[in-house]
Design a protein around this ligand. Structure first.
Ligand code: CMC
Length: 400
């Protein structure tokens, strides 16, 4: 189809091909992130992910993603300072979080608390550059505080305040674990945030752009993206990877586990990607980071299972282009950092908020509200009948 060629409502449904999941359908132009799924390459704003992970920090990378260029020293200092100043959340938000059920999933807590920020700051002044800058700062600053706060609240404790002397990642780990972490742990965590910050039009980013296209406020944009990220086919997969590795139990079982799962047409969690036909470059870097952590703080027996699974999967799934994705090794890294399993996806959100905000800004720049079409396959021209005359046998739910 030619670029910008309109589809008219007069076209019949049979003339328009259905693309479930919008696979391969471009819906926007973007200058934020480039993926080469055949060669396993990923770049943000033209910088390779390997270079950013090695050289940059999460806040510098966030600045790059959102504003398009790396900051100069003053811009970086200002951005870091602004974020440090906005880390605290209102006592009202903390009190609201205390009313959440402790058994609730932290992603649901995060979605609710992110949305609640709109109650405090929403003026929908999205054409005011200062409002946009402040919203970016607030969201990047406050989301980690809210994730850490819920972790303590659900244990029956009061959240602890951010520490101004600690950098972004070190402060988050401090608020979460109530102790200052080894600098290597904080540095590796910061690299994990860089790796997860952006990945083009994945489901949650698309969700963010759809919400942004209505010109609602950025807190609603981020809250809708958090809800989309939560599912097991997207950000929720890294929790399931660890469960799967524990089920496999030892490296010798990896082959038979794969054979059984493939025979039952079960998905192997942490494998496969809509964009990549080779190993996800982020998985390779995360594997190196995991090894760095194991070398310093001791190994994890599940890492041996993971390596065996990757090796055994190659001859079974490699021909279909199914290789480890970003979620395969990230859980092992977070586990070594002492992070509870159900916080893995909220941590993904802490990082991905930068990508969502970059897409929010880009969407506003050339906005057209998203409104795809459908191919209607339902009934036509039915007549309303009084309840006693209705034939209920063909109702989808006979209980009704
Ligand atoms: N294990 C086994 N087979 C797979 C897998 C997998 N993980 N992923 C895809 N396949 C097979 C699938 O069975 C199908 O085979 P066939 O053509 O014989 O029916 C073929 O590959 C195409 O699968 P698909 O589901 O149509 O592919 P997709 O592009 O829609 O799926 C995916 C992408 C990520 C949803 C999928 O690979 C998957 O469910 N993976 C497991 C969950 C996971 O790890 N998710 C994290 C994704 S990366 C991080 C993120 O984006 O949040």
């Amino acid at each position: 189809m030619k670029e910008n060629q309109p589809l008219h409502t007069s076209q019949t449904s049979d003339e328009v091909p259905l693309r479930p999941g919008l696979e391969g359908v471009p819906v926007t132009r973007s200058a934020i992130c480039d993926i080469d799924g055949l060669q396993g390459k990923l770049s943000y704003r033209g910088y390779s992910i390997a270079e950013l992970t090695a050289q940059s920090s999460f806040l510098e990378t966030s600045y790059l993603l959102i504003w398009g260029n790396l900051p100069n020293p003053q811009q970086l200092r200002d951005f870091e300072k602004e974020i440090q100043m906005h880390r605290r959340v209102s006592f009202r938000v903390r009190d609201m979080m205390k009313c959440f059920p402790a058994s609730g999933h932290p992603m649901d807590a995060l979605q609710s608390s992110a949305a609640s920020l709109g109650l405090f700051y929403s003026r929908r002044a999205i054409d005011n550059p200062q409002y946009v800058y402040d919203a970016v700062v607030r969201l990047i600053a406050k989301i980690p505080t809210m994730v850490a706060a819920f972790q303590l609240i659900r244990k029956g404790q009061d959240p602890i305040q951010p520490r101004d002397d600690l950098a972004y990642s070190a402060n988050f780990l401090y608020m979460l674990t109530e102790r200052e972490q080894d600098p290597l742990a904080a540095r590796i965590f910061d690299k994990c945030l860089i790796l997860h910050a952006e990945h083009s039009l994945n489901a949650s980013t698309f969700s963010a752009r759809v919400t942004a296209s209505t010109l609602t406020d950025p807190y609603a944009v981020v809250a809708s993206a958090v809800g989309t990220l939560a599912g097991p086919l997207h950000g929720g997969a890294n929790e399931d990877v660890l469960t799967m590795l524990e089920t496999i139990g030892s490296p010798e079982n990896a082959g038979s586990y794969l054979d059984q799962a493939i025979a039952k047409k079960q998905k192997i969690m942490g494998f496969g990607h809509r964009e990549y036909r080779v190993k996800d470059p982020r998985a390779s870097i995360l594997q190196e980071l995991a090894e760095e952590l194991f070398a310093r703080f001791g190994s994890d027996e599940m890492y041996e299972v993971a390596k065996a699974l990757e090796k055994e999967a190659e001859p079974r799934l490699g021909s279909k282009g199914i290789y480890p994705n970003v979620d395969f090794y990230s859980g092992l890294v977070y586990r070594k950092l002492g992070i509870p399993r159900d916080l893995f996806t909220p941590i993904f959100a802490i990082s991905r908020v930068s990508g969502w905000l970059a897409h929010w800004r880009e969407q506003l720049g050339t906005n057209r509200i998203f409104r795809p079409s459908q191919i209607y396959k339902g009934e036509q021209n039915r007549k309303w009948l009084p309840p006693e005359q209705r034939n209920t046998t063909n109702l989808q739910n006979p209980q009704i």
